[in-house]
Design a protein around this ligand. Structure first.
Ligand code: OSB
Ligand code: MG
Length: 368
């Protein structure tokens, strides 16, 4: 493949309601969108999952864009002609920023699969045509408001509820949701908000029959998670700590995690995500697909990934309406709690260009 030009843009989409986590409150999604055109005029799309501020990960939108412009795109220019399988290696001298790297690799993957008339799901090894969906529920102002919101998602058909927790918003909201829905698959996500000394508190969550506790401790505290795993019965699931195949191998070997949340952007792309999936499948470790408030572009690719055989738990692969009044692609609509896996070639979706223009705050074209 030879790249002819890249178009980098930033868009802003308002959220249907504020999304509060232990690291902050979001009212809108600022997201970088990449359009890649090949020498043959084939177009590939991707989105960068970095958020506006470095609160979930060190990477943030402006940093990803800077790295792409300053280092990653020039490295691809020097490489000249290559396939999607070469991208990670070409970009590897530049440390960190898996989200920026994933953005470039994914747009190229979309374009390459279009030239090969293959869908991303087929290419990745999917064995399902639809996937069950979970939903991530933010920290609410009050318990009644939380119950109201969860109740709406359950009527929408979501198959699994994930509650965001933090110190002071944990046992009580979880108890109330469990009391209202004794059977619903339920899990929690702390986004690193607890300390090693919180083992006793977190062990009290055991009584609520949760699927897992996601990332209770600091992303670098692998030992802390391993120690915690001995103190609580509920499985520990790492999110932020898993940034590569190697970090997944380490966390599993050290028994810091028994379930893994796979987010392609966090691990540098879909190819690395599949490697982590394959490792977990061979070791009997369940995985699920995380979410980063993706637009339809990123969602399409995540839904394809979630259709692989090792994804045995519902992911944060919600309908477009979970976050957005209007998506930039045809909306992902859930039927009985399932989303259909896109069957079109490449990622299988394209954005509505007029709508995209109308919400664009910045755009630049880089010729090759
Ligand atoms: O920790 O999983 C997370 C959203 C933004 C940043 C981090 C996380 C989340 C979510 C999933 O909880 C949101 C989604 O459904 O896309
Ligand atoms: Mg998480």
């Amino acid at each position: 493949m030879k790249i002819s030009d890249l178009e980098l843009r930033t868009i802003n989409l308002p959220l249907v309601r504020p999304f509060r986590t232990s690291f902050g409150t979001q009212n809108a999604r600022e997201v970088a969108i990449l359009k890649l055109t090949t020498g043959d005029g084939i177009v590939g799309w991707s989105e960068c999952v970095a958020m506006s501020e470095p609160l979930y990960s060190p990477e943030y939108v402006a940093a990803s864009l800077d790295l792409m412009r300053r280092f990653l795109i020039p490295a691809l220019k020097v490489a000249g002609e290559f396939t999607v399988q070469d991208v990670a290696r070409i970009l590897s001298p530049y440390l960190g920023s898996p989200m920026a790297k994933a953005t470039l690799e994914t747009a190229l993957l979309d374009a390459q699969l279009k030239t090969e008339s293959t869908s991303l799901a087929t290419f990745l090894g999917a064995n399902k045509s639809e996937i069950p969906c979970g939903v991530s529920v933010g920290i609410a102002p009050t318990i009644p408001q939380l119950i109201d919101e969860v109740s709406g998602y359950i009527s929408d058909g979501y198959k699994r509820i994930k509650l965001k927790i933090e110190p002071g918003w944990d046992l009580e909201p979880v108890a109330e949701v469990r009391r209202n829905w004794p059977e619903i698959p339920l899990q929690v996500d702390a986004n690193q908000a607890y300390a090693r000394s919180d083992g006793e508190l977190l062990a009290q969550l055991d009584q609520f029959d949760l699927l897992l506790i996601e990332q209770p401790l600091d992303e670098h505290d692998i030992l802390g998670h391993a120690l915690l795993a001995k103190q609580v019965q509920t499985p520990i699931c790492l999110d932020e700590s898993i940034t590569s195949l190697r970090s997944a191998e380490d966390a599993l070997a050290l028994k810091a995690t028994t379930v893994i949340n796979i987010k392609p952007g966090r691990v540098g792309g879909y190819l690395e995500a599949v490697k982590i999936h394959d490792l977990c499948l061979s070791e009997g470790i369940p995985v699920w697909c995380g979410g980063m408030l993706e637009t339809g572009i990123g969602r399409a690719a995540n839904v394809a990934l979630a259709a692989l055989p090792g994804f045995t738990l519902p992911g944060d692969t919600s309908a477009s309406s979970r976050f957005y009044h209007r998506d930039i692609t045809e909306p992902f609509v859930m039927h009985d709690g399932y989303l259909s896996v896109p069957q079109g070639i490449g990622i299988g979706v394209t954005p509505d260009l007029d709508f995209l223009e109308s919400i664009t705050s910045h755009k630049e074209i880089i010729d090759f």
